[in-house]
Every structure is written in structure tokens, then in C-alpha cells.
Design a protein around this ligand. Sequence first.
Ligand code: TGC
Ligand code: FAD
Length: 399
Amino acid sequence: MTFKSKTMRPDLFQSPDYYLLDELLSDEHKMVRDAARAWVKKEVSPIIEDFAQRAEFPKQIVKGLGEIGGFGPYIPVEYGGAGLDQISYGLIMQEIERGDSGVRSTSSVQSSLVMYPIWKYGNEEQRMKYLPKLATGEMIGCFGLTEPDYGSNPGGMVTNFKDMGDHYLLNGAKMWISNAPFADIAVVWAKNEEGRIHGLIVERGMEGFSTPETHNKWSLRASATGELIFDNVKVPKENLLPNKSGLGAPLGCLDSARYGIAWGAIGAAMDCYDTALRYSKERIQFDKPIGATQLQQKKLAEMITEITKAQLLTWRLGVLRNEGKATSAQISMAKRNNVDMALTIARDARQMLGGMGITGEYSIMRHMMNLESVVTYEGTHDIHLLITGMDVTGFPAFK
Ligand code: TGC
Ligand code: FAD
């Protein structure tokens, strides 16, 4: 289906590269990034505002997301992934989120929260059964960690399973789950009878498993969010992920997703900056472009400074990830810094457009509202600060 936006302007995006970061990228990085950028311009920008306004996920982009490496960019080719390095993965997330954080959410969940645990913690049968279909988007997954009473503190979860001899019996509920309403499978974290956390693959159609949609969101409207409800669900024993258990298992997936979000947030920030910069040169007030005023230049100068700092931070983190040296705390710092940076830029950019900034004709207000979820999920802004605090002092201040 071709769908032309009734509201949004043509996508004129030009990527800022103030410190010539392109010189640090390989030809492959640039090729992957440019392909993702071209795809977003053609397939996401023209339709996304209307889908967000209608609070609908644009299902028609799923196949294309798979083709640009948006599903499992770093998963080995033998399992259907793109076999790319961590910088290519980050650049793909940057470009997708430049289009919309909700679309990047779908990509993050599928790649880092569904494919990653099946690849890392699953057995060979599970890898071969699920990964190739997830890589193309033929199958969509979701990740159930958060519960109504356990968000920042997932270790307290009450969702549980009992060993019934020939199957496991799963009970409990998950909340705020991206992709839940249409996912074919869910990677669900639950406690066994000893209170140890394990990952289980739950498939749509299993009796007692339902996924009601969460409505009335003002943020991530083009991404579907829902609950996962387990009412005596019989899960086959072969669906347990055998190779890692404990809270460290889901948190390990979050490391990969949070890293992608650190790059993604730069994309949203670049789009807001680029839009505000163009507008400031065209909009005339008091007989001159608003970009010729000191107050608006201050905003733009601070935006490009913060984007450049975030680009450098994140590129270095990508190098450390490629070398297997990045720590969870380093990832937390980048996620926290970059999302906060993007949110501040979105708010300033929106003001620079005056009244036009609140309309769907420009992407800024949608980015701004989306980023209110991004600053909350995958660990809130404050939780990531506490992770950094714990890392530098050695004292956990959560409890
Ligand atoms: P704590 O005692 O510190 O740790 C428990 C075990 O986990 C290990 N660990 C990690 N392992 C891998 N990666 C990490 N980032 C890890 N952080 C900790 C740790 O070493 C320990 O291992 P072991 O072997 O000693 O048992 O755990 P805690 O209960 O004190 O909690 C720590 C805290 C608060 C940092 C953690 O729970 C946390 O990160 N909370 C935030 C929750 C969160 O981020 N939820 C995200 C849900 S998924 C989501 O939002 C998807 S949005 C998707 C989208 O649309 O993009
Ligand atoms: P709470 O944990 O109740 O936090 C409330 C406030 O208290 C926050 O400001 C927090 O920073 C603060 N706080 C908490 N503990 C402390 C402390 N010790 N010290 C100081 N301050 C503290 N989860 C999934 O499992 N899968 C998904 O796919 C998923 N997708 C999501 C999609 C959206 C759109 C949203 C909004 C959320 C999603 N989440 C998902 C859930 C998300 O990870 C949680 O919302 C997040 O971890 C915060 O949990 P909470 O909402 O329960 O807030």
C-alpha cells in the first residue's frame, strides 16, 4: 500500500557532521547507514505522521525493516542476521529513529530483546526455529520483563512457572510491552519454584495467553504497546532458554538495546536540529530571518554542540563494544546522556518553530512526545544516574 501523508512536509533532512565523524567510519558503515537513511526517507517519513496521529503501527514497513538490517543487524548470517558490527548496528538505529522512535522501538525489541536472548541463551534448535523468521519480519517478537508492580525493580517480579513434569505452567502478567498486541512470540521472564528468573518463549495461540492493547498514549503512538497475561499457560519444556538464568539474563539483553537507543536518540536530535535550522533561515520576523537573532543562534549552537558530543561518545562506545570492552555502566551513561540531550533539543527546536512547532506538518512535536517514553523505558533517566553513581562509588543506592 502506498500512503502519502496528508500532513507532513517533504523530508529534506541533511545530516549534521560537525566534527567530520564520517572520517571515522568504514565504507561498510557508510553504505549501511546511507541505505537505512534512503529507506527512511522513502518508506517512513511520508507515512509516519498519519500513522502516529491515528495511533497505529505501520505494518507495511516490517518487510523493509528486515531488508535494511533493522532486525538482528549483528546476529550472525547463518541465523538470518546481517552479521554487522556494533557501529553499523548503531548507525541503523540512528537512521530509523531519525524517522520515528516508535519504529526504532520495534527494531530494538525484535533485535536486542528477542533475537539476542534466543541467540545467546537459547539452544541450536531454538535458534534455527525462530531467528531466520525474526530476521525477515515474517515473525514478530516482544519482550516481557516489566510488571504492574515491578518496573525499575524487575528482580521483584511475581510472574512464575511450575514444573508439571511434561510442561511448565505459567501464571502472571506483564505491562507496557512494545509490539505485544501483534507479536507472534514473547520472550517472557518468570521465576521458577526456587525463585530463579528464567526466559521462556511463549507463542501466540497458547491457551490462557492474551495480549490486550494499551490505549490513550500521547507518546510512541506509531508503536503498539500492550500487556501479556498468562492464565495457566502450558509452555512446552523445549521453550525454556537453557543457557542463562538470573536477573543478569534479561539485563544483558537490555545492554544491547540501550546501546542502540543511545545511537537512536542522536537520530531524533539530528532531525529536530536540522528542521529548526532550516526553519530559522526561512522564517522572517522583524524584517530578518529568526536565525539571524542571537537568542535563536544560542539554541542552534548549543544543539549542534550537544549532538557532536553525543556522536563522539557513542562512536567510542561502539568501538569498545566491537572490542568486547564496553561495560554496562558505560552503556547506561550513553543512553541517559543522549536521550536527555535529544529531549532538550526537541523542546528547544519546537519553540523555534513557534506555533508551527505544535503541528504535524513538522516532525519535532512527534519526536518530543516519543522521547518522553524513550527517557523512561529501558531504565529511567534516574535509574541510569544511579547505575553511574554505583559504578563510581561502589555503593548501590537503589534500595
Ligand atoms: P543487581 O543486584 O544489581 O543485579 C542482578 C544481577 O544482574 C547483573 N547485572 C547485569 N547483567 C548484565 N547487564 C547489566 N546491565 C546488568 N546489571 C546488573 C548483576 O551483576 C547481578 O548478577 P548476579 O550474577 O550477581 O546475580 O540488580 P538490582 O535488582 O539491584 O537492580 C539493578 C538495576 C536497578 C540497575 C536494574 O534492575 C535495572 O536496570 N532496572 C531498570 C529496569 C529496566 O531497564 N527495564 C527495562 C524493561 S524492557 C524495556 O523497557 C523495553 S522498551 C523497548 C523499546 O520499545 O525499545
Ligand atoms: P517506576 O519504576 O515505578 O518508576 C517511577 C519513578 O520512580 C521513575 O521516575 C523512576 O526513575 C523513579 N524511581 C524508581 N526507583 C527509584 C529509586 N530506587 N531511586 C530513585 N528513583 C526511583 N518493559 C518491558 O519489559 N518490555 C517492553 O517492551 C517495554 N516497552 C515499553 C514501552 C513504553 C511506551 C513504555 C512507556 C514502557 C515500556 N516498558 C517495557 C516498561 C519500562 O521499561 C518501564 O516503564 C520502566 O522501566 C520504568 O518502570 P515504571 O514505569 O514501573 O516506573
